[in-house]
Design a protein around this ligand. Structure first.
Ligand code: PMP
Length: 437
């Protein structure tokens, strides 16, 4: 066993004590509190490229990247320059701007299933709005979602929810009325028969089926061969709006997201994270006939004071344009992440742990179980206590991972081959430490 290197976190600890006085749990989003892994959260000061710097001056290699947005690493000049230029022209108008048109054109070009798109301010808004328009379009009430998928904190989605809701043991949140909950039908992921059954049990009542085409919120779980096509066929057959929630996977797994990677065309797509380059942006879009139901074109109401914000769209356009013009970076991200995933798997195997590592493109998860992970049930076989010890050991070696087993990691283009070695060395030491080997 290698001893845990010392990390001084006095300023973070002081801030956390203050934060808990004023903010529920001391954080503005639950997973940040490190509840699942023990210890106190690290308060961040700044970041550049692959490196985060905390308020005590410690540095960490970042494998969260703001939970996805920072695909080019932190503070890329091209995004900062665009924002700095935009700031000069005021921060908000609440009126239409040129950038919103350019942004819509860019999104449509990169994600061809999108014929019309509406900008919002978060992934949560995007998914809430998408099911509203699906309900308006079909005149039906129910939606199907998958156990362990997370679609933001809209009431309809806090049923068998993944991510922090799962980690904190509240997949069905208090405060969601029974009336809302009964309209959300849940089934296990990667099981087509279960979807067929639930559709049959609710004839002509299902407005939409929403899923993460590659799941990031129960840890990384890939769709099995033929699964997405099977869902597409079922939705077409039963007049159900198929919604791909690509808030994580959009512009990440390919320019056109998971739908490009797997060659499946959803009816609606929800986007967030990368689309804003780190600014608060989300979007939903898809078939013209469905999107034309949205006000003021149609009667399904959805609005936003800050939607299409000039600074957010400047950041988003800059980052998306770069991704659009550099498709080769997806191959490189894939190569680097494969090195990380294979390296992690091999190290675990050498130590006799045989842990499961799932990877799709630049997203991956190390599950503390030797069984394949294909759905929520199998993800839950993970030894979350051991994961917590591993997380803390990595943190103290300067590797910043998602502070929960049921999350995916995100690799940025700032991770070089040399940094992969840094990660793998820490991974070996931390797995040894976590298991007292
Ligand atoms: N959908 C998915 C697939 C997500 O991963 C998330 C956030 N992690 C959301 C929706 C919600 O996005 P936001 O946090 O921006 O509201």
């Amino acid at each position: 066993t290698t001893d845990t290197p010392n990390l001084t976190l006095t300023t973070s600890d002081t801030l956390f004590t203050r934060a808990k006085e004023h903010i529920p749990g001391g954080v503005n989003s639950p997973v940040r509190a490190f509840r699942a892994v023990g210890g106190h959260p690290v308060f961040m000061q700044s970041a550049k490229g692959a490196w985060l710097t905390d308020v005590d001056g410690n540095q960490y290699l970042d494998f969260i990247n703001s939970w996805g947005p920072m695909i080019l690493g932190h503070a890329p000049d091209l995004v900062l320059d665009a924002v700095q230029q935009a700031v000069q022209g005021s921060l908000s108008f609440g009126a239409p701007t040129r950038r919103e048109v350019e942004m819509a054109e860019l999104i449509k070009q990169m994600v061809p299933s999108i014929e019309k798109v509406r900008l919002v301010n978060s992934g949560t808004e995007a998914t809430m709005s998408a099911i509203r328009v699906a309900r308006g379009y079909t005149g039906r009430n129910k939606i199907i979602k998958f156990e362990g998928c997370y679609h933001g904190h809209g009431d309809s989605f806090l049923i068998a929810a993944g991510s922090g809701a799962l980690t904190l043991g509240a997949p069905d949140s208090p405060g969601v009325t029974q009336g809302v909950a009964q309209d959300t039908l849940t089934v296990p992921y990667n099981n087509l028969a279960a979807v067929e059954e639930i559709i049959a049990a609710n004839p002509n009542q299902v407005a939409a089926l929403i899923l993460e085409p590659v799941v990031g919120n129960m840890g990384l779980v890939a769709p099995q061969e033929g699964y997405l096509q099977g869902l597409r066929d079922l939705c077409t057959k039963h007049g159900i709006v198929l919604i791909f929630d690509e808030v994580m996977t959009g512009f990440r797994l390919a320019r056109g997201g998971a739908q490009e990677l797997y060659g499946i065309k959803p009816d609606l797509t929800t986007l967030g994270k990368i689309i804003g380059g780190g600014m608060p942006v989300g979007a939903y879009g898809g078939r013209r006939d469905i999107m034309d139901q949205v006000a003021p074109a149609g009667k399904v109401y959805q609005a936003g004071t800050l939607s299409g914000n000039p600074i957010a769209t400047a950041a988003g356009i800059a980052q998306l344009t770069y991704l659009n013009e550099h498709p080769e970076l997806y191959d490189e991200l894939n190569r680097i992440t494969t090195r990380i995933a294979d390296g992690t798997r091999n190290i675990a195997a050498e130590l006799g742990l045989n842990y499961t590592v799932n990877q799709v493109g630049s997203m991956f998860s190390l599950f503390f179980t030797d069984q394949p992970v294909t759905d929520l049930e199998s993800a839950k076989a993970s030894d979350t206590e051991a994961f917590g010890r591993y997380f803390r050991a990595m943190l103290h070696r300067g590797i910043y991972l998602a502070p929960a087993q049921y999350e995916a990691l995100f690799v940025s283009t700032a991770i070089t081959d040399e940094l992969v070695e840094t990660y793998l060395t820490a991974c070996r030491e931390s797995l040894l430490e976590a298991h007292g080997l």
